[in-house]
Design a protein around this ligand. Sequence first.
Ligand SMILES: [Zn+2]
Length: 287
Amino acid sequence: MTPRLLLALLTLPLAAQTAPNSLFGTKASDLPPAGPVAQGVPPAAPAAGINAAQPDTSVVITPFRLLTLPEPKVSRTFQLSKLNRIGSFETTKELQRLYTAFAGQRIVDGSPAGSSKATGYLTTVNYALLQDLGDQRFLAKAAWPAAGPNDALAAGVDTMAVLLLDKPAKVGDTGKLTGMHVGMVAVLLTAEFPPLAGRRLTLRREAFVECATLEDSPAGLQRFAEAIAAGADLNVLTHEQASCKACGGLGFTREPQKGQLLDKRVPCAECASTGKVTVAVETKFVP
Ligand SMILES: [Zn+2]
């Protein structure tokens, strides 16, 4: 294994590591030992000259820019036993809102709890498959709405992206999936689509893994509340509007002017004069 491939394995998001297949090809552990095949790279090419006419159609996918998720700034506890008590923030409406966020941040998988935390932003991707990259990975023309706080994942409009699908598909297929954004990858390939057909090139594209999210339904909420009551360690990250500390929520700060009665108002850069900031809040659920 080359150092670069080892690095790719070490820096893969958790979900990609645990998926049966990953964006970066068949897992090394699935391969026969001592085989020449690794990470989607075909067996070593014959010595130069013997087969020079054969075009190189190998595909290599490596991480280019990994995703960085926001760190929670504020931590709080949602106590289920305080639900709907006068003066507490633990209301049925707030529980429903937080559960909706929780459901949208969890992907259904084979873990014991039936789901695990998504390691990237989830969004709906409309796609048309352009090229098969092997192992159910595709280059696609895609469109998706922005996701995350302050549109951390920008929207895609008729944008090329790399998709890892959970079912077999073929070039030309169109569809819609719930995708977990896993950052940007570099794809080395020989293009099979116009106007680049036949050219060997590296593309850097946003990558999505197809997944299913937890069910946001009364039954799902019921199971969620039961899991908390049973002591499950559950939390959710949301982005809440809070008053700007720098300007006290006014949107400006005051600056005394020498020899003048009135202070000068300086627009607050921290909150762009809105008086409000978006804060990442982690809510832990307890019985
Ligand atoms: Zn401010």
